[in-house]
Design a binder for this molecule. Structure first.
Ligand SMILES: C[S@@+](CC[C@H](N)C(=O)[O-])C[C@H]1O[C@@H](n2cnc3c(N)ncnc32)[C@H](O)[C@@H]1O
Length: 478
């Protein structure tokens, strides 16, 4: 038996701990199991080694052995979620440990602390422990594989003995995508105003992004976001309903609402070209929102990666713009580059606007500048007609702009690299092949581009982990 509930011994009525989670997440894989204690029909045992198996797009209940391997299990949970699994990790709430800081805090989309104590009777330690549930959500929520539900509940019976109830849901639920008719009272704090500013700057953000960017816990951030939403400062764009992966607790995406825009106009003197934000939010489509959220996933990962090192500092997009030459600084979109492309004897002007611009500052004061392209696989890599959009045309534009030293005049940069995050290895290779075929006079060549795919570790730490340059060689940002 795994959990020996204290309440069982004291005779109190117990809450069905596992069942509550299972009802919410509908688990399809148990990667730490024996045939006797498996919670799903699909499971891995010590012999099969759940750590080295592919968790695919399963809904995973991971209750690992509580030993030295926690670091590896935490990493596996996070990495599997990057590859499309939805993972729920049940672990000791040891918030001072390295594995917690490396693989739970800032990595899991949500952390819930379990009220009361669970006794782990079959691990290497058996006292009653404070526990946590860390929820890692996939980048792309995959469909629940059919036919994988565990047929019987015999093996899960002991969970039903557990005395703990989840600490969530202590207050009455408010409608998630409709404003409450009687919003909860609140006074606007400085943090609230900062949240509104972040949304004006980044367009769409998940609650998990906002928690990192304002440096507050997810619980506190969610509380402020809920109040800001119900008071009309923020919107929860309805397009996300299309891909909302589970009914209960996925991190919600937010956008600036009209009242939030008015707040910034009054408080900061912010000028908006268009103040009808709520109308724009209603018409924003799912691909647009998803793309922006993926860009923010990358930005938040960068921020966390920079925070974990003391030898470099992240230069944020706003700081980058602040050092642009006057003319580009004053432009409507200071990041846009106008490029004249020559192709088969014809000239064509095109504009490239990177998804993100940032820099890395080193201790000696030097810096490296980067532009980022987040590719969601929706655009063809190559097209014979240069008038049509393709990723190849983008690469051609960056190479041409670099060869003409436009970055020096327009941004005041000595040089830069283009970071491309794409969907999978095959597409990355196709991009590299297309890049190597491009012939542009005085061009820096394929090494101007660094590539990675969204299923790699690189996105967990874009600063320290390895990228590929356009020649297929390993490289890093620093
Ligand atoms: C805490 S128990 C979880 C039992 C049960 N699956 C559950 O969720 O309640 C951890 C289980 O992981 C198994 N285990 C240990 N190392 C493993 C490995 N490398 N791969 C898969 N399972 C492993 C142990 O045998 C043990 O049954």
């Amino acid at each position: 038996m795994l959990f020996t509930p204290r309440a069982a011994r004291s005779g109190r009525r117990r809450r069905p701990f596992f069942d509550e989670l299972d009802a919410e997440f509908r688990f399809t894989l148990d990667p730490c199991a024996t045939p006797a204690n498996a919670k799903c029909r699909r499971f891995f045992t010590r012999d099969l080694d759940g750590l080295s198996q592919d968790w695919d797009r399963h809904h995973v209940f991971c209750n690992p052995p509580y030993c030295r391997m926690m670091h590896d299990w935490g990493r596996k949970c996070f990495e599997a979620s990057r590859r499309g699994a939805l993972v729920v990790l049940l672990a000791h709430a040891r918030t001072d440990t390295r594995w917690f800081h490396d693989w739970v805090y800032g990595k899991a989309a949500e952390i819930r602390f379990v009220r009361g104590r669970l006794k782990f009777g079959d691990g290497c330690q058996s006292g009653p422990f404070r526990s946590l549930v860390a929820i890692y959500r996939p980048d792309i929520a995959g469909p629940t594989p059919p036919g994988d539900r565990h047929p019987g509940r015999a093996g899960a019976a002991w969970y039903d003995e557990v005395m703990a109830a989840m600490s969530a849901a202590s207050s009455p639920r408010r409608p998630r995508f409709r404003r409450a008719s009687e919003p909860p009272a609140f006074r606007l704090t400085d943090d609230d105003v900062e949240i509104v500013r972040l949304l004006a700057r980044h367009r769409f953000l998940r609650s998990t992004h906002i928690a990192v960017l304002v440096g507050r816990s997810l619980d506190r951030t969610n509380d402020r976001l809920s109040r800001l939403f119900h008071a009309g400062y923020l919107d929860r764009p309805r397009a996300q309903l299309d891909y909302y992966p589970t009914a209960g607790s996925a991190p919600i995406a937010y956008a600036l609402a009209d009242r939030g825009a008015r707040l910034l106009i009054e408080r900061d003197g912010t000028e908006f070209a268009n103040v009808e934000w709520s109308r724009k939010n209603r018409s924003a489509g799912r691909p647009f929102i998803e793309h922006q959220l993926e860009v923010m996933d990358f930005y938040v990962a960068l921020q966390l990666a920079a925070q974990s090192r003391d030898d470099v500092r992240l230069i944020h997009p706003d700081e980058m713009v602040a050092t642009f030459p006057d003319q580009s600084f004053a432009e409507h979109n200071p990041f846009a580059l106008r490029v004249r492309l020559s192709h088969q004897g014809a000239m064509r002007e095109t504009a490239i606007v990177p998804d993100l611009v940032f820099g890395i500052r080193f201790r000696d004061g030097s810096r490296r500048c980067f532009v980022v392209e987040v590719d969601r696989g929706t655009m063809p890599v190559t097209r014979s007609d240069i008038r049509q959009t393709s990723f190849e045309r983008k690469m051609r534009a960056y190479l041409t702009a670099h060869a003409a030293k436009q970055h020096e005049r327009h941004f005041g940069w000595k040089t830069f690299r283009v970071l491309t995050v794409t969907t999978d290895q095959h597409r990355m290779k196709t991009m590299m092949d297309a890049l190597r075929r491009l012939r542009i006079p005085r061009s820096y060549g394929p090494a101007l581009f660094f590539f990675t795919t969204r299923d790699t570790n690189t996105l967990a730490n874009p600063i320290s982990e390895t990228w590929f340059d356009g020649n297929g060689r390993d490289t890093t940002l620093i």
